[in-house]
Design a protein around this ligand. Structure first.
Ligand code: 2OX
Length: 495
């Protein structure tokens, strides 16, 4: 008896220690003072809300909208918001543009209304891009909207107008600041350089605190221009600043692009853990699979032309995405647990260009009918097939059926949308499709059993006559796990 219990204890000890061992060997464990301060996704209400947004709008607006990719009769082929760095743009010319910034057609309420009609749930606005020009009247520099003929606080107008439409606002902020004399990309070496960089750091801190004080309803900060070695080497200081900003503004959402870790690693720390609340590496690119995503929250910020964020009057320089391609990106992002954020670059008069307005309208019309397959939806365990993407909503407590949304982009020529039913964890259970219908008008669709493969996977064909539209459409499946012995009855009911 006694011997047995000793053996049992030993077995437990081995299992327990083995467990710890497994834990520590599974993950790298480089000691870090400024690594990730949280392992795994946030679970608070603010972040849950962010996760459910699905679709966002990015707005790049600043004095670069005045030249719009042109100067002295020549065309700048780079990104319009970078025109100051072009050899044919004299720096003094650029640095005086603010004296003409007077967007007479700017109407924040109209932008917000358009965004609402497009179906966006949050908006990211450039408070300050790399040029250093501030769209809010910062106390810490003269290079702001207050010193333009326009004078009024554009950030306040936008935050108020978007919030009035029920759209949350995130503040984009570039750490690169070509207007501040202390800003530099390489680490300071001389005492003079160090003192100057210290001034820049304090200036940056002051501006961030000012933004959070001025716009308390902002939900987050979207950082950019944090790849310089000078900034990377300030990891400890930036970590402290991040803690300070979070303490000031509970629930604040900050992406992976603010601070590096002790070893200069960005986005993911030296142990592979995400820095910040969501992965910001998906700029103008989309993941293909869940496996690439490390189980983290993420956003994808996307331009309509190839790489134009600020206003460029000539969009013919690169391929311009079609509305259905952008819709595909929205659906794909939702199917992989991410938010899709589409960029707009209004012109120097405050007009949103007609091409963008048209795209906003088409996306909005689609979202109005099909948004249920996006908002609050997640990755589905159902295996992706060639016709498009699955998204899913968990069964709600009221006992409503578990829903699978199938967004069909590639209509099968035989009008049969084939689904592969996932296996249940409980081997005595099986997933059945109770009902199928078009999300748009609830037209019921016939579901027929389509055999099984040699691995025992079960297939169904949804008879889906191509709707009289050229846009992607959504089929809803009401599904249920049932005991295997009930299955035959259900199968009879649906075939
Ligand atoms: C620089 C080197 C390689 C790839 C991207 C950049 N980049 C991107 N530099 N600045 C950017 C800014 N980030 C986007 C969100 C825009 O604001 C763009 O200007």
């Amino acid at each position: 008896m006694r011997k047995n219990s000793i053996i049992i204890s030993l077995v437990f000890c081995v299992l327990f220690l083995g467990g710890i061992q497994a834990q520590t060997t599974k993950r790298a464990s480089i000691p870090l003072e400024h690594g990730a301060h949280r392992i795994g996704p946030r679970t608070d209400a603010e972040m849950q809300k962010w996760r459910d947004y699905g679709l966002g709008q990015f707005i790049h607006w600043g004095v670069y909208a005045i030249p719009g990719g042109h100067w002295n009769g020549e065309v700048y082929r780079g990104a319009a918001e970078w025109i100051r760095s072009w050899s044919k743009m004299p720096k003094p010319d650029y640095d005086n543009l603010y004296k003409q910034f007077n967007p007479k057609n700017f109407d924040a309420k109209q932008w917000a209304k358009q965004a609402k009609d497009m179906g966006v749930k949050y908006m990211i606005i450039t408070t300050k891009h790399h040029d250093g020009f501030c769209l809010w009247p910062s106390k810490y520099t003269g290079y702001t909207i207050a010193n333009t003929p326009y004078k009024k606080d554009i950030i306040k107008e936008l935050v108020d107008a978007y919030n009035a439409e029920g759209i949350d606002v995130t503040l984009y902020f570039s750490i690169i600041d070509w207007n501040h004399k202390g800003y530099r990309s390489s680490p300071p070496k001389t005492d003079e350089e160090k003192a100057s960089y210290e001034e820049f750091k304090q200036f940056t801190r002051n501006q961030l605190i000012e933004l959070l004080q001025n716009y308390p309803t902002a939900i987050g900060l979207w950082f950019d221009g944090t790849w310089d070695q000078a900034w990377i080497q300030q990891a400890a200081w930036v970590d402290e600043l991040e803690t300070e900003l979070r303490a000031m503004h509970p629930g604040l959402i900050i992406g992976s692009r603010f601070r590096a870790d002790d070893n200069g690693k960005r986005h993911y720390d030296s142990n592979g853990d995400l820095l910040g609340d969501y992965d910001q590496t998906w700029e103008r690119s989309m993941p293909e699979t869940l496996e690439e995503l490390n189980g983290v929250d993420w956003d994808c910020v996307m331009t309509i032309p190839e790489n134009q964020w600020g206003y460029h009057s000539d969009w013919s320089l690169s391929y311009v995405k079609k509305p259905f391609e952008l819709i595909e990106m929205i659906v794909k992002a939702a199917s992989l647990n991410g938010n899709f954020v589409l960029n707009f670059g209004p012109d120097g008069n405050g007009n949103i260009r007609p091409e963008e307005t048209q795209i906003a309208k088409e996306i909005g019309a689609w979202m109005k009918v099909n948004g249920e397959a996006i908002y609050g939806c997640r990755h589905s365990a159902w295996e992706k097939q060639g016709w498009g993407y699955y998204t899913q909503r968990a069964a709600v407590e009221t006992g409503a059926p578990s829903l699978q949304y199938l967004t069909v982009f590639n209509q099968p020529l035989n009008n049969q949308v084939r689904v592969k039913v996932p296996k249940c964890q409980d081997n005595n259970k099986v997933v059945i499709v109770e009902k199928a219908y078009f999300l748009a008008d609830k037209t019921p669709l016939t579901v027929k059993s389509a055999g099984r493969d040699k691995y025992g996977n079960v297939y169904y064909d949804i008879n889906s006559p191509a709707p009289l539209t050229t846009s992607p459409y959504v089929i809803v499946l009401e599904t249920k796990e049932v005991n295997k012995d009930e299955k035959d009855n259900y199968q009879q009911a649906i075939t």
